[in-house]
Unconditional design. Structure first.
Length: 101
C-alpha cells in the first residue's frame, strides 16, 4: 500500500491541491476540518480536477463543467458519466494520511 502524509495546515480550505500517491495524481481538498481525496483526472477528459472550483462538497472540472462529489467521487453532472476514484483519508490530530491500495 502506498501513502502520503502531511499536516492539515498545508492545505488551504476550499482550494484543491494535486498530490501523487502510489504513482497516481490525486485531487486533495480541505473543507473546514475535513479532507477529501479523489482521482485528479476528470473521468470525461484529461483535465486536472485540482484546477477546478470547489463549492459545498463538489468540485467542478474547469474544462467542461462536470461536477463530482468530493465525499464519494460520484459524477453529479454531465458530460462526465463515470465516478472518480476515491482514496482513503485518515487523520490523527493535525496529521493527514492518504492511502492507495
Amino acid at each position: 500500500m502506498s501513502k502520503v502524509t502531511f499536516t492539515i495546515g498545508e492545505l488551504t480550505p476550499g482550494k484543491p491541491r494535486k498530490m501523487e500517491v502510489g504513482g497516481e495524481d490525486v485531487c486533495v481538498t480541505r473543507i473546514g476540518d475535513e479532507v477529501f481525496a479523489i482521482g485528479d483526472v476528470c473521468t470525461h477528459s484529461e483535465a486536472s480536477l485540482s484546477e477546478g472550483d470547489v463549492s459545498d462538497y463538489k468540485i467542478e472540472c474547469w474544462l467542461h463543467g462536470a461536477e463530482f462529489d468530493l465525499r464519494n467521487g460520484k459524477s453529479l453532472t454531465p458530460p462526465a458519466t463515470e465516478d472518480a476514484k476515491v482514496f482513503a483519508v485518515t487523520r490523527d490530530g493535525d496529521t493527514v494520511t492518504i492511502s492507495h491500495n
